[in-house]
Design a binder for this molecule. Structure first.
Ligand code: XCC
Ligand code: SF4
Length: 644
C-alpha cells in the first residue's frame, strides 16, 4: 500500500518507504497479513471465557453453549475492555502514589515535591491537617490517602466529590458512585465470569461505575500527584516529529507512560559528566525525545521534544539514529524487537511488570532512580559508535504544550483573577460555540493522524475550542495545530478573536491519557463558573476518538459518557455492533439515565457535524442561542473586547 494511504505525516511516509526498501515490517504490514480480520470479534460476539466455548453467536447458532445471548456476550466483552483500561491507568496512578510516599519519606531522594501550592490544595481537599506541619509529613498523609483509594474497604472515591452536585446525585441514584478502584475492577471480572451477570443493562451499568473509578479516581490521582512531584504544567514551546532527532548527537527515545522513568532520564542526559562522555565518543550532545504519552508528559512540563505517536514507534528506530529506546508500560509494540535487531538500537525494558523476550531489562526502582537513569544514558552513549547509516526525516513543527487546568485558569484570568469566567462568557455570547476533547491513539486501520486532524480543523473552523490529549495531541502537534502562529488562521473568527486576546492556540495540548481528567475538571469548572447549566450534561461540549487502539480509550470514553458527555468513536473501534440492545442502550438509552451517550462515526467531517448539532442543541436548551437585546457592557464583555 502507498505510504500516503498509511499516514498523512510526511516523516512517517518517508520512513515507511525507507523500511519497505530495507525489507522490514511494521504495524501496517502486519495488519495486511492479518486481513481479513475476524468478523465475530469486530462485532463483539465472540466469547471464550469458559471451556465449553469458544462460542461465536450467529443467526444459525444464536446462543453460546451456556445459553448466553449476543446481548450478554457483547456487554460482557465491553465491560472487560473497560476494566482492563481502568486497571492500566490506575496501576500507573498507584505507582505514582507509591513514589510520592517514598519521596515524602525521603527514601526516593532523586524526586522532589515540586509544586507545594498544589500539594496544599490537595491536602485541604482530602482532609489532611496542614497547620504547623512540615511539608513532607503532609505529603506522606496525602500519599497514604491517595494510595488507599485503590483498595480501601469502605466508601467511595474522594475525587468523585469534585463533580457538580447534580452529577453526583445521578451517580448515587443509579448506585454507580465508584468505590475502591481495585474493587470495581475485581467486580467487573467477577461479573463477567461464566454464569454470573447476564443482564446486559446491569453489566453496562457496572461498566460506567468501573470507568468512573478511573476518570474520577485512578487517572485523576495520577495526574494530580504527578503535578505535585514533577510540577504542574504551564504553557511552553517544544517541537514535534522525527526531525527533532539529531544526526550528530546521542539520541535516546523514552517510550511508554510513566514519567517516573522519563523525568530521570531527562535529568541525567543534561549532566556535565555524561555530556562530556558523549563528546568523547564524538557526539555533540544528548537528545532525549519521547513517543506516546510519556512524550506528552515531558513536553508538557519541560518542553522536551516529541518524536512521534503510537504508530511512529517502529519508524523512529528505522532512522538508524536511536542509540537507545527505554520503555516502561503500555502501548509498546512487540514488533519493536524485530526492528531494533536491524539497527544498533538498544531496546531496554524498565518496568518489572512489562518485559520483552530477548530484550535487556534494567529495573527502575524509585530509590535509585537517578543512578539507574545515568546507567541507561551511559549505555546509550557507549552504543553511539555502533551506528551505521542514518536516515532522519527533516519534518518537525513547533508546538505549545502545557495546558493544565491550572494554566488555562491562569491564562484566562491572570494571576489575581484566575478564573474560567472569560471562557464561560465567550461561550455564552457565542464567539466560542463549545468545547470538544479530541483524544486517543493512532490506528493502522485508518491513515495515521488523518481523522484527529481533520476533525480538529473542522471544529476550530466552526468556532469550537479543542482540548486534546494522548496520541491525538501529537497528531495535532505534527500538523501545526498547537502552534498558534499556524493554527489561528484556521480558526473561525469568534474563536480566533478570543484566542488572540488571551494568547492561546485554538487547540490546547492538555497532556497524556491520564490527563483526560484535566478535561473533567475543566468541564466541572465551566459548570461551577455559572451560566452554562448545572451539570456536565448541559454543557455545549463533547469528546471524540476516531482512531482508537487501546482498551484504555474505551474506558476513557465510558467515563466521559457516564459523566454526561457525548463521545464519538470511529465505528470500527467500538466492538458492540453484534447486539442491537447494547447498541440501543449505549447510543440512546444511557442518555436518559446518565446524560451522556456514545456515537459512532468514522468520517471526521460527518463527526464534526454531529458534534456541532449536539453543541447547538445544548446551547438551545441553555437558552444562550437566542438573540440578545443590546445591553450595557459589563466588565467581562469589556475584557473580552479589550484587544480589538
Ligand atoms: Fe497508547 Fe498513551 Fe492510545 Fe497513544 S493515546 S496509543 S493509549 S499512547 Ni493514550
Ligand atoms: Fe460459550 Fe457461555 Fe462459555 Fe461464553 S460463557 S464460552 S458463551 S459457554
Amino acid at each position: 500500500m502507498e505510504p500516503e494511504k498509511r499516514s498523512i505525516d510526511k516523516a512517517a511516509q518517508e520512513m515507511i518507504t525507507h523500511m519497505a526498501k530495507a525489507g522490514q515490517q511494521n504495524a501496517w504490514d502486519r495488519l495486511d497479513a492479518q486481513s481479513p480480520q475476524c468478523g465475530f470479534g469486530k462485532q463483539g460476539i465472540c466469547c471464550r471465557i469458559c471451556s465449553m466455548g469458544p462460542c461465536r453467536v450467529s443467526k444459525k447458532a444464536p446462543l453460546g453453549v451456556c445459553g448466553a445471548d449476543a446481548d450478554t456476550i457483547v456487554a460482557r466483552n465491553f465491560l472487560r475492555a473497560v476494566a482492563v483500561g481502568v486497571s492500566a491507568h490506575s496501576d500507573h496512578g498507584r505507582t505514582v502514589a507509591e513514589v510520592f510516599i517514598e519521596t515524602s519519606k525521603g527514601n526516593a531522594k532523586d524526586y522532589k515535591l515540586k509544586d507545594t501550592t498544589k500539594l496544599f490544595k490537595l491536602a485541604k481537599e482530602l482532609g489532611v491537617e496542614t497547620k504547623d506541619r512540615p511539608v513532607n509529613e503532609i505529603a506522606q498523609d496525602l500519599g497514604e490517602i491517595a494510595l488507599a483509594e485503590y483498595g480501601k474497604s469502605k466508601g467511595t472515591q474522594n475525587m468523585a466529590k469534585r463533580a457538580p452536585k447534580p452529577r453526583q446525585d445521578i451517580w448515587a441514584k443509579f448506585d454507580i458512585t465508584p468505590r475502591a478502584i481495585d474493587r470495581e475492577v475485581v467486580e467487573a471480572l467477577h461479573r463477567t465470569h461464566m454464569g454470573v451477570d447476564q443482564d446486559y443493562k446491569n453489566i453496562l451499568m457496572h461498566a460506567s461505575r468501573t470507568a468512573l473509578a478511573d476518570g474520577w479516581g485512578g487517572s485523576m490521582l495520577a495526574t494530580e500527584l504527578q503535578d505535585v512531584l514533577f510540577g504542574t504544567p504551564y504553557p511552553g514551546r517544544g517541537e514535534v516529529n522525527m526531525g527533532v532527532l539529531k544526526k550528530d548527537e546521542v539520541n535516546i527515545i523514552v517510550h511508554g507512560h510513566e514519567p517516573i522513568l522519563s523525568e530521570m532520564i531527562a535529568v541525567a542526559s543534561q549532566e556535565e559528566e555524561l555530556l562530556a562522555k558523549a563528546k568523547k565518543v564524538g557526539a555533540n550532545g544528548i537528545t532525549v525525545a519521547g513517543t506516546c504519552c510519556t512524550a506528552n508528559e515531558l513536553l508538557m512540563r519541560h518542553g522536551i521534544p516529541i518524536a512521534g505517536n503510537f504508530l511512529n514507534q517502529e519508524l523512529v528506530i528505522a532512522t538508524g539514529a536511536i542509540e537507545m529506546m527505554a520503555v516502561d508500560v503500555q502501548c509498546i509494540m512487540q514488533g519493536l524487537v524485530q526492528v531494533a535487531k536491524c539497527y544498533h538500537t538498544k531496546l531496554i525494558t524498565t518496568a518489572d511488570k512489562a518485559k520483552m523476550p530477548g530484550v535487556e531489562h534494567v529495573s527502575m526502582d524509585e530509590e535509585n532512580a537517578l543512578t539507574t537513569a545515568r546507567k541507561l544514558v551511559s549505555m546509550a552513549i557507549d552504543n553511539y559508535k555502533n551506528r551505521s547509516e542514518v536516515h532522519i526525516p527533516k519534518e518537525k513543527n513547533a508546538a505549545v504544550g502545557g495546558f493544565s487546568f491550572e494554566s488555562i485558569n491562569y491564562m484566562l484570568g491572570g494571576r489575581f483573577r484566575a478564573s474560567f469566567r472569560p471562557l464561560n462568557d465567550n461561550i455564552i455570547n457565542g464567539r466560542i460555540r463549545g468545547v470538544v476533547g479530541i483524544v486517543g491513539c493512532t490506528n493502522p486501520k485508518v491513515p495515521q493522524d488523518l481523522t484527529h486532524t481533520t476533525l480538529t480543523r473542522e471544529l476550530i473552523k466552526r468556532d469550537v475550542l479543542v482540548l486534546t490529549t494522548g496520541c491525538a495531541t501529537i497528531a495535532c502537534g505534527k500538523q501545526g495545530f498547537t502552534n498558534p502562529k499556524i493554527s489561528l488562521d484556521w480558526a473561525g473568527p469568534g474563536l480566533r478573536e478570543v484566542c488572540e486576546t488571551v494568547g492561546i492556540p485554538p487547540v490546547l495540548a492538555c497532556g497524556s491519557c491520564v490527563d483526560n481528567t484535566r478535561l473533567l475538571v475543566a468541564c466541572t469548572e465551566l459548570v461551577r463558573e455559572g451560566g452554562l447549566g448545572n451539570d456536565i450534561s448541559e454543557l455545549p461540549a463533547a469528546g471524540a476518538c476516531l482512531e482508537s487502539v487501546s482498551e484504555k480509550a474505551i474506558a476513557i470514553g465510558q467515563y466521559f459518557v457516564a459523566s454526561g458527555a457525548m463521545v464519538v468513536f470511529g465505528k470500527e473501534f467500538l466492538p458492540i455492533s453484534g447486539s442491537q440492545n447494547v447498541c440501543d442502550y449505549l447510543f440512546k438509552g444511557i442518555e436518559n439515565d446518565l446524560g451522556g451517550r456514545w456515537v459512532v462515526e468514522s468520517d471526521p467531517v460527518k463527526a464534526a457535524e454531529l458534534i456541532l448539532q449536539n453543541i447547538e442543541s445544548k446551547r438551545d436548551a441553555l437558552g444562550i442561542n437566542k438573540e440578545k437585546e443590546r445591553k450595557l457592557y459589563d466588565m467581562a464583555d469589556r475584557r473580552a473586547l479589550a484587544v480589538e
